[in-house]
Write a new protein. Structure first.
Length: 133
């Protein structure tokens, strides 16, 4: 489960954790298990082509908001990965001098989705190979 709109302000990486902590303290959307996404998770939001507003993200994620989004994945000590939905790419960015937005993802939802996907693949494999388990 993703936060629909990213943070209204761009912020340095050190403030991203504070933003997430505030979401959890407030129980944003009724949950307190929000976190920064991994690079891999953030890239699942990337569209192959720009939408009608020119962004590489589904318009359901706030079609008017330009977005450079921090991820939890770090490079060297002074850098972290970010995803740029304005131009459709990701790269490392300096954590002390660069500012990006924060879009939180829920912790448990991804785990449950992965378990469901594994179960669906297992059932699919059973049907293909005619196994009776």
């Amino acid at each position: 489960m993703w936060q629909q709109a990213a943070s209204p302000e761009h912020m340095h990486y050190s403030l991203a954790a504070e933003w997430i902590n505030n979401l959890n303290k407030r129980g944003f959307a009724g949950y307190n298990d929000w976190r920064l996404p991994t690079l891999e998770e953030a890239m699942t939001l990337m569209e192959r082509a720009p939408n009608s507003a020119g962004f590489y993200i589904d318009p359901i994620f706030n079609s008017k908001q330009r977005s450079w989004m921090w991820t939890a994945d770090r490079g060297e000590a002074d850098s972290a990965w970010y995803v740029n939905f304005n131009y459709g790419y990701s790269k490392l960015n300096r954590i002390k001098s660069s500012s990006n937005q924060v879009r939180a993802v829920r912790r448990r939802q991804l785990k449950n989705s992965f378990i469901n996907l594994c179960q669906q693949r297992r059932q699919f494999s059973i049907k293909i190979f005619g196994l009776n388990h």
